[in-house]
Design a protein around this ligand. Structure first.
Ligand SMILES: Nc1ncnc2c1ncn2[C@@H]1O[C@H](COP(=O)(O)OP(=O)(O)OP(=O)(O)O)[C@@H](O)[C@H]1O
Ligand SMILES: [Mg+2]
Length: 591
């Protein structure tokens, strides 16, 4: 009977055939019983009509339902569905996120009543996987039949990646987010909905009309009920920006094994070939495991790719560990093998003179004036002398023959260099496998820097002319502060290796304690290294400076990062600001 409501015409049609005979019977019999009966019927059947006249109708069901719209007797709703939010809150710094959230609430805070509805629904994993495998099978057949079908190939690629993720342990779910706009008429809600849609698209959210099925499902829900009221200024948590995402699969599913991701327990690799920049930077306080991680990683690199490794061993502990772990290696000492600074190989004389100037300027922290005197003298000696007669004595003679000040200091520098000129060069002694340049016997920091810079420059000369785009050697630079703090913007040697990416044929693995150790060129390292590994560190200041290049929230720092254990690290892949927490792979004896 309620089916009559609220169509008044229908009500009249249904009621008249009953009321008319009753009136007729009353006229004939004059029996008031018929009047009472008619009134009772009127009261019972006509109540919905009376109710609608008194404007107390409940909008039980829609009069009209279509994509993105439902019209009720007393008003209408427009329903938008969020189809994509192409980033999440971890992609933004604190301020940017705050701005986005503010704009989100401003966008939906129109005069009309706007309801946000979020649905997260369960998906049967094995069914879903079966479906994907089936689709993949069909696509494979399509691709085999027509290898030029790029679209099918791409689809197959995507499906395969999804299958990989499911096999890695990710659980599928469906997530829907709706914006429901209430108003008096279809026209009104439609126009408000298009305003809301374009406002939200300006902060990167894409929305479309919900299908009529989706609209009808939402009507079944109680859109008004639920949690406590809140004001826009209280900024409740913004769900669409909180999709969990991980770094690009091709960066972390192949290559050198780094360890296991701590949230899901999935293995993490580093694919140097897919990385924009091949260099690795490890930051962590003393005892956090930097040296172990670097050594173990470079050993794996050598085994997996056959790349020769050169480790600069400042404290002598690299050599000790290799010996303890029974890993074969070649020890090279500057005291035995020499630097060969005045040897010119593969570069013009002028370039060599500049290189020598840069190496000495950084190693001995020379001012521009002093270093340019050395440059002139070196260039003169390289030009004038026979190859076998170039020596630092000649350079000093040349310096003395000019009328220059501070010759005493230049003599001190030249004497130090002479100390390491024993007729050969470290680079010539390097072979395949793992090489260790032992600096532990050099007691002065200047000589350690001198050796390190010379080796790096000579390796760059050797490899950049050969196959420039491929790493030819892995260089392990532990305790990097020893050289980097001295590196200035005039001769940024290591910073240049990092900045040039693959350009020098070197693949640098650098470890130091703090971002400040990276010297004046710190930003070059932080912005360019392909892989950054931040080891456990209880220092909040460390994490707040790390937040600048690893997109961390304060909450993440508080909840996870301040309390990481030994061998646990935050790992950031270049080009993907979302870092992962990884329990690093260590040699067997610790597990
Ligand atoms: N992943 C790990 N799991 C467990 N123990 C580890 C791990 N890495 C290192 N260690 C232990 O911690 C000790 C310190 O590690 P390591 O010498 O590599 O630290 P470091 O950061 O290089 O320190 P320093 O700055 O003093 O050189 C190692 O001797 C080893 O016993
Ligand atoms: Mg160490």
């Amino acid at each position: 009977m309620l089916g009559l409501h609220p169509y008044v015409d229908e009500w009249k049609r249904n009621l008249l055939p009953i009321l008319l005979p009753l009136a007729f019977l009353y006229v004939i019999t004059k029996n008031p019983l018929f009047v009472a009966l008619a009134l009772a019927l009127l009261g019972f059947l006509g109540w919905p009509w009376i109710r609608s006249k008194l404007k107390i109708t409940r909008a039980d069901g829609p009069l009209r339902l279509e994509d993105g719209l439902a019209v009720f007797p007393k008003g209408a709703i427009a329903v938008l569905k969020v189809t994509d939010v192409p980033f999440d809150y971890r992609d933004m710094g604190g301020d940017a996120l705050r701005d986005k959230v503010n704009m989100f609430y401003r966008s939906i805070n129109v005069e009309n009543d706007v309801t946000l509805v979020m649905r997260r629904t369960h998906v049967d994993k094995s069914e879903y996987l079966k479906e994907l495998l089936h689709t993949a099978q069909n696509l494979r057949i399509t691709v085999e039949a027509d290898p030029s079908n790029q679209q099918a190939r791409r689809k197959l690629d995507i499906i395969q990646k999804m299958i990989d993720k499911l096999n890695e342990g990710e659980a599928p779910f469906k997530f829907e987010f709706y914006v429901v706009i209430h108003g008096k008429s279809a026209e009104e809600v439609r126009s408000v909905s298009s305003v809301v849609r374009s406002a939200l698209s300006s902060i990167g959210m894409r929305l479309g009309n919900a299908t009529s099925d989706e609209v009808s499902r939402l009507i079944g829900m109680n859109l008004k009920g639920g949690s406590k009221p809140a004001l826009p200024s209280q900024l409740p948590f913004l769900a669409p920006f909180s999709f969990p995402k991980t770094p690009r699969a091709e960066l972390r599913l192949n290559g050198i094994y780094l360890g296991t991701e701590m949230e899901h327990g999935t293995p993490v690799f580093w694919n140097i070939d897919a990385s924009q920049n091949p260099h690795l930077l490890v930051l962590g306080p003393t005892g956090s495991g930097k040296t172990e991680f670097l050594l173990w990683t470079s050993f794996k690199l050598n085994v997996v790719s056959g790349l020769p490794i050169l480790a600069i061993d400042v404290k002598g502990d690299v050599r000790r560990r290799l010996r303890r772990n029974g890993i074969q290696h070649r020890v090279i000492s500057p005291l035995v093998n020499g630097l060969g600074l005045l040897e010119v190989k593969g570069v013009p004389l002028e370039v060599r003179a500049q290189q020598v100037e840069g190496i000495l300027a950084n190693s001995f922290r020379l001012d521009k004036y002093t270093s340019s005197i050395i440059y002139e003298a070196v260039l003169h000696v390289l030009r004038e002398s026979q190859a076998d007669r170039t020596s630092w004595d000649h350079v000093m003679d040349k310096v003395m023959s000019n009328d220059v000040r501070y010759t005493a200091y230049i003599r001190k520098v030249v004497d130090s260099v002479k100390f390491l000129e024993v007729g050969g060069s470290i680079v010539d002694a390097i072979g395949d496998g793992i090489n260790v340049v032992d600096l532990s016997l050099l007691k002065s920091e200047e000589l350690r820097r001198l050796t390190t810079f010379t080796v790096l420059v000579d390796l760059m000369n050797k490899y950049s002319s050969e196959t420039p785009d491929e790493p030819r050697m892995g260089v392990l630079l532990d305790e990097a502060w020893t050289v980097l703090r001295a590196e200035g913007p005039d001769y940024p040697l290591v910073a240049d290796i990092v900045k040039r990416g693959r350009g020098h044929g070197l693949f640098a693995m650098i470890a130091t304690q703090n971002p400040e150790d990276l010297g004046e060129e710190a930003d070059v390292f932080l912005d360019n290294v392909g892989l950054m590994v931040l080891l456990n560190n209880g220092d909040r200041k460390f994490w707040s400076s790390a937040a600048r290049f690893a997109n961390l929230t304060e909450e993440e720092v508080d909840r996870h990062l301040l309390y990481m254990g030994r061998g646990e690290a935050l790992v950031r892949f270049l080009g993907d600001p979302r870092p992962m927490r990884v329990s690093l792979d260590v040699p067997q004896r610790w597990s």
